[in-house]
Design a protein around this ligand. Structure first.
Ligand code: BDR
Ligand code: CA
Length: 325
């Protein structure tokens, strides 16, 4: 099993990310960050999810409450007042660890080989870890994020929520040199939480499956939701579930309309039309344009998720929930 740390802000789709990671990966710890909700809520929610699936052996480390440069904006419109509205649950018995998430991330990555980082909330903790110990960019086996989008936003027309909330942290991460995999909204739009998905879970009957279906009942908002964060974990579990293109991505910090946009250099994807239409086999490399071309792109820094095998993703989620007893 791959060793991972999951940094998250649960969050309904973060809950699925936790449940997938706890079963299929060696989840060394869950770290929390202010994002969908304020830190005490998202930390409580991480403890709730692990307790619901009987994995109270996995520690939870609270991290930063919000960005260092400005106030945190949360998303109660998406995840409800608790950050995890829907299922009725008992309050977790367990308490979070006293060690700070950033200390845990830095110490674990520096003292353990081949740890993969997964981040499904704003990148505040990951950027702080990279500031504290820049060598984790080399030492970690890689970083998979849910955030951004190749040419799409959701919180604003240009920006996705996790990046928009702490764009400065995202800038730090995208410029760190870490082996970076970006699951943006161009990918997660291929992962709907629709009636078929929800009823497929409910029909399983096991506790975790019913809990998951009830999360989706709230999160689906009558039909227009996507299971963003679970896609990033699924990519780590099974790299064949997602096809990607290796591209240059940078973070817009100053745009008046585009702050938080993951500006993705798609110029040399010759058949780029819309997300699912991109023919990856014709991906032109950044160094393909003739020398001297004014359109010569910058070196790739990000594996950008492009196409999801949704059928096999749904199988993975169903099998996971069936296996929790
Ligand atoms: C992201 O924002 C949050 O609301 C979700 O948990 C996900 O990480 C989607 O933009
Ligand atoms: Ca999230």
């Amino acid at each position: 099993m791959k060793k991972v740390i999951l940094d998250c802000d649960p969050g309904h789709d973060d809950a699925f990310a936790i449940m997938l990671a706890a079963q299929h990966l060696d989840l060394l710890g869950v770290t929390t960050v202010g994002g969908n909700g304020y830190l005490p809520k998202v930390t409580r929610n991480a403890l709730v999810v692990l307790e619901q699936v009987g994995r109270t052996d996995i520690p939870v480390y609270p991290g930063h409450a919000g960005p260092s440069t400005h106030e945190l904006v949360t998303a109660p419109n998406v995840h409800g007042e608790s950050g995890l509205d829907g299922p009725v649950v008992t309050e977790p018995v367990r308490k979070p660890e006293t060690k700070h998430a950033v200390d845990f991330i830095v110490e674990t990555v520096m003292n353990t080989d081949d740890v993969t980082l997964i981040a499904t909330g704003p990148l505040t903790n990951i950027a702080a870890a990279l500031n504290r110990e820049p060598r984790i960019a080399e030492k970690a086996a890689g970083l998979y994020i849910m955030g951004g989008g190749a040419y799409a936003g959701n919180w604003t027309p240009a920006a996705e929520f996790n990046i928009w909330v702490d764009a400065e942290a995202a800038y730090k991460v995208f410029h760190s040199g870490i082996d970076l995999h970006m699951v943006g909204v161009n990918l997660t739009r291929q992962c709907p939480v629709d009636t078929e998905f929800i009823e497929g879970l409910r029909s399983i009957g096991a506790h975790a499956a019913t809990f998951s279906a009830e999360l989706c009942d709230f999160f689906s908002h009558g039909g227009d939701a996507h299971l963003h964060d679970a896609c990033a974990v699924a990519w780590v579990i099974d790299p064949t579930l997602i096809e990607s293109a290796y591209l240059h991505v940078d973070i817009e910090l100053t745009g008046t309309l585009t702050r938080g946009m993951t500006v993705t250099d798609l110029r040399f994807l010759q058949t780029a039309k819309r997300d699912v239409d991109i023919d990856l086999s014709s991906t032109a490399r950044w160094d393909d344009p003739p020398v001297g071309s004014p359109f010569r792109g910058q070196a790739p820094n990000t594996h950008v998720a492009m196409r999801l095998d949704y059928g096999r993703f749904v199988d993975l989620v169903r099998t996971t929930m069936r296996n929790y007893r």
